[in-house]
Design a protein around this ligand. Structure first.
Ligand code: ZN
Ligand code: ZN
Length: 388
């Protein structure tokens, strides 16, 4: 039997348990850096499958590394498992985790034969928006010996090289002065008005930015009572652009809008965070091409790019990984429409038959791709000896 068939057989033998793991993570949503149960369940699963597992690596309690095989080519499958506040697994990271586990197990079955070291790296808190788990893991050396990194992400469509743009998230705090809103309003300094001015300025700024950039946010505190002039307000904003370079041109213009709010009202402004932005993604063309062929062999298609796919642009800390390690981040279709990512209706679609198929197809496509990377001389030697 050839190695790819053997990998598939191994995955098929554990398919139901892997899907059960996906459903269990889905039923117990945990937000970034609090994914204790998910990490426990995934670690146990991989340990039972013969992996060497270390949890709490690099001072991150909900990160882990599982390793199998001793070959020279180190391929890393990234597992995400964080949920979203309030709407659970509405980004389907349970599918990402299951696919990474399945890919590790399938490729792990062939590792020694083809010269692979297979790593499943548990990367917490992708949804955090600043200093995501992969950024911290990258800084602390977790990707140092990876020659290639892969993950898949569920979406309403299949996409080999989805548009992944740079993003920076930060918190804004305005400090004013309380006062009785009716009896003594003239001595109050209204920190909520500062936010209103800032939001208005940002709305006007949108006419004059690149159509590919985005600015969006929420008010996290707007005041305490209508009869108290709000003295403390906070907001959380994300600025995005095609590249980190473009982002750094836009970000100060958005900060100026918040400064306008402070100036107009006499409030004090503080901006916190934004120090570890998400980078745009570099899709490695060779790895992507192998992934395409393997995924097409399972009946998937990347040809019918529709309008929704063309305009969709998101961000991930996998972008930061891709700046350093040859990487891919394909989208795998689940039958979710009209629901899209970050809707509670999408969460409901992340444990359906098509979600399970996405996890399986993603797992096997990645495992077969890892085997290709280890088997084909030109790509193998290129990954082992990257031209600096
Ligand atoms: Zn998401
Ligand atoms: Zn996501």
């Amino acid at each position: 039997m050839d190695v790819k068939a053997a990998a598939r057989e191994k995955l098929d033998a554990l398919r139901l348990q892997i899907l059960e793991l996906s459903h269990r993570i889905h039923a117990n949503p945990e937000i970034g850096f609090k994914e204790t149960n998910a990490v426990k369940w995934i670690s146990e699963f991989l340990s039972n499958a013969g992996f060497d597992v270390n949890t709490g690596i690099h001072d991150l309690p909900t990160a882990f590394l599982a390793r199998k095989g001793g070959g020279p080519l180190h391929v890393t499958f990234c597992a995400e498992y964080d949920a979203l506040p309030g709407i659970g697994h509405a980004c389907g990271h349970n599918i990402i985790a299951a696919a990474a586990v399945g890919a590790g197990i399938a490729a792990g079955a062939a590792a020694d034969e083809v010269g692979l070291t297979v790593q499943v790296l548990g990367t917490p808190a992708e949804e955090n928006g600043n200093a995501g788990g992969k950024i911290l893991l990258l800084e602390r050396g977790a990707f140092r010996d990876s020659h290639a990194a892969m993950m898949i992400h569920p979406a309403p469509f299949d996409a080999l090289t989805p548009k992944i743009i740079a993003a920076s998230m930060f918190d804004v705090r305005f400090t004013g002065k309380e006062a009785h809103a009716s009896a003594y309003p003239e001595v109050g300094i209204n920190a909520a008005d500062a936010l209103t001015v800032a939001q208005t300025a940002i709305g006007l700024l949108r006419q004059h930015i690149l159509p590919t950039s985005r600015i969006h946010g929420i008010i996290t505190k707007g005041g305490d009572a209508p009869n108290i002039v709000p003295a403390h307000t906070t907001a959380r904003y994300i600025v995005r652009a095609d590249t980190l370079e473009e982002l750094e041109k836009l970000r100060p213009r958005v900060y100026s809008c918040f400064e306008a709010g402070a100036v107009a009202t006499g409030s004090k402004l503080e901006i916190v965070g934004g120090d570890k932005p998400y980078s745009e993604m570099i899709h490695n063309p060779d790895i992507a091409e192998y992934y395409r062929r393997n995924s097409e062999a399972l009946g998937r298609s990347f040809t019918d790019v529709d309008a929704l796919e063309k305009k969709a642009a998101a961000s991930t800390d996998m972008g930061n990984v891709s700046q350093v390690v040859p990487s891919i981040h394909p989208m795998v279709r689940i039958d979710s429409l009209p629901a899209v990512n970050h809707q509670k209706e999408f969460a409901e679609k992340c444990v359906t038959e098509s979600a399970d198929k996405a996890a399986y197809d993603g797992a096997l496509s990645m495992a077969w791709t890892a085997i290709d990377l280890a088997t084909y001389d030109s790509v193998r030697s290129q990954l082992l000896n990257p031209r600096k």
